[in-house]
Write a protein that binds this ligand. Structure first.
Ligand SMILES: CC(C)(COP(=O)(O)OP(=O)(O)OC[C@H]1O[C@@H](n2cnc3c(N)ncnc32)[C@H](O)[C@@H]1OP(=O)(O)O)[C@@H](O)C(=O)NCCC(=O)NCCS
Length: 162
């Protein structure tokens, strides 16, 4: 399957994508965002940038962020479950980082469940470091969020192109 990954396409998310996105969101998160939440992000939030990752016309991942001044705050990132562990999360996060730089961000932050070691590994690999805890951030189980930050180095991101 990895041979096909040179056919990956990254593009901006549109309202027409939302049903596919919500299906992945529900599979990926215990507190998934609703259809309305995504539509609101795409139509009312001037700071929001959402991207989809497509393979052969199928949406297999997405990620989004709010870019405010020189800071990009990642809101969500997910890969369709059958495609995980194949390097696609890496590709998606790299694309988000490059897009953030394009829009003028110099650093990137996010929250991640303290139990989500896979995502934390992904973020560490892309230069994120822990910077604090938001206690009981997740309402479903009162789990703490780890806050992570990364500096976005434009030259380094270019060098990492695949
Ligand atoms: C987090 C997520 C996006 C990663 O996507 P992915 O396509 O599986 O990630 P990749 O295959 O590109 O792996 C990227 C890195 O993640 C880490 N990772 C991936 N799978 C892992 C596993 N099973 N165990 C430990 N670390 C793992 C590794 O550091 C890996 O780097 P490597 O390729 O050098 O080993 C995906 O697991 C997902 O959608 N999870 C559900 C939603 C979620 O938790 N999102 C993050 C919310 S903060």
């Amino acid at each position: 399957m990895k041979d096909d990954f040179n056919k990956l396409l990254f593009r901006s998310m549109t309202v027409a994508d939302v049903p596919s996105i919500v299906a992945i969101e529900q599979q990926a998160f215990t507190c998934p965002w609703s259809t309305e939440a995504f539509i609101n992000e795409l139509t009312n939030n001037l700071f929001a940038r959402y991207m989809v990752m497509e393979l052969g016309g199928e949406i297999i991942g997405y990620g989004g962020m709010w870019i405010i001044m020189d800071e990009a705050h990642v809101t969500n990132i997910a890969v369709l479950s059958g495609y995980r562990g194949l390097g696609l999360g890496n590709r998606l996060l790299l694309e988000l980082q490059r897009t953030a730089v394009f829009y003028g961000a110099a650093k990137m932050t996010l929250e991640v469940r303290v139990s989500n070691e896979i995502a934390q590994n992904l973020y560490r690999k892309h230069g994120f470091e822990p910077s604090g805890i938001r206690p009981r951030y997740y309402s479903d189980n009162d789990e703490d969020a780890l806050i992570m930050w990364s500096e976005l180095d434009q030259e380094e991101l270019k060098a990492g192109e695949q």
